[in-house]
Design a binder for this molecule. Structure first.
Ligand code: SAM
Length: 290
């Protein structure tokens, strides 16, 4: 099977199998060799690495991963792609393809089974319609992760890196920065894909922190506080937090906590750092009503 990564070979495979793109699965296949090599370089894949690829498509990025890694596990939801993958990956013995929705897989069990629970690298050109749920489920499941290197919509990549005060700073920025150090490594034009996506793309690398950058008494509670604080952006922090799901602290006590942190009563969530959210969540947790 020819090496994929250029328009001619991709179109030939698609025609041979009479494949039709499914919009609902966010299918935009990479056809640019430079970008593919850029992803492998950015992910720093070596012969020691076990790689999880989400959404292999026709196996383009998968071929590059197989050449560089020790083992590749590729999870593809579209069953029409499975016979194509059997063909395009036939010359590699270090790859396994699973036909499943990534959000429905027990990844902890799989990594335990396939890699003895040792940390893995995730590499993917993600389907854009479920980027955030995929990233959150990888982190929140506490999968042993070394890094995640992914192609995402440009705006989403920017949001992950944002700092307090920016209009795009929000729950995703804080969640990603709690678990990892984000760095945008490549800007990608839509001509690198078939079909071309309507939005700009970027490759972002998230290197997992060895230990979390802040101490929290209850991680799930921290994320409830963060979500409530950004749910209605125009509201003050006090109004966002009162009556929020999972937070049972009376309004006056929320106001007292905010004041005790040296913040103005009218402060909004978008100005707080991760450290301040951790402090806020620890203080509110102590005041939780039974
Ligand atoms: N990796 C290929 C490439 O770069 O050419 C394809 C990338 S394409 C943007 C996204 C892939 O994810 C598609 O093959 C799509 O079918 C698959 N996909 C979509 N939703 C998925 C899900 N929930 N679980 C697993 N794969 C999914």
């Amino acid at each position: 099977m020819a090496r994929l990564g250029n328009p001619g070979n991709t179109i030939a495979v698609l025609e041979r199998y009479g494949f039709s793109f499914q919009k609902k699965y966010g299918q935009n296949f990479l056809i640019d060799r430079q970008i593919l090599e850029g992803i492998i370089d950015a992910a720093q894949i070596s012969r020691e690495d076990f790689v999880l690829e989400i959404g292999p498509g026709i196996g383009t990025l998968t071929q590059y991963l197989c050449e560089a890694a020790k083992e590749v596990l590729a999870v593809e939801v579209d069953r029409h792609l499975i016979p194509i993958l059997e063909d395009t990956l036939s010359s590699y013995s270090n790859v396994e393809v699973i036909c499943q929705d990534i959000l429905k897989l027990d990844l902890i069990r799989l990594v335990e089974e396939k890699n003895g629970g040792r940390p893995i690298k995730v590499v993917a050109n993600l389907p854009y319609y479920i980027t955030t749920p995929i990233i959150m489920s990888l982190f929140e499941s506490h999968l042993p992760l070394e890094s995640i290197t992914i192609m995402v919509q440009k705006e989403v990549a920017d949001r992950m890196q944002e700092k307090p005060g920016s209009k795009d700073y929000g729950a995703l920025s804080l969640a990603v920065q709690y678990y990892a150090r984000p760095e945008v490594v490549l800007q990608v034009s839509s001509s690198a894909f078939i079909p071309r996506p309507k939005v700009g793309s970027a490759v972002i690398r998230l290197i997992s922190h060895k230990s979390h950058p802040v101490d929290v008494s209850d991680e799930a509670y921290l994320f409830q506080v963060i979500r409530a604080s950004f749910n209605q952006r125009r509201k003050t922090l006090v109004n966002g937090l009162k009556n929020a799901p999972g937070i049972r602290v009376p309004r006056e006590q929320i106001a007292q906590v905010i004041e005790a942190m040296g913040l103005p009563a009218t402060v909004r969530g978008e100005t707080l750092t991760l450290e301040q959210f951790a402090d806020l969540s620890n203080r509110l947790k102590e005041k939780e009503q039974p």
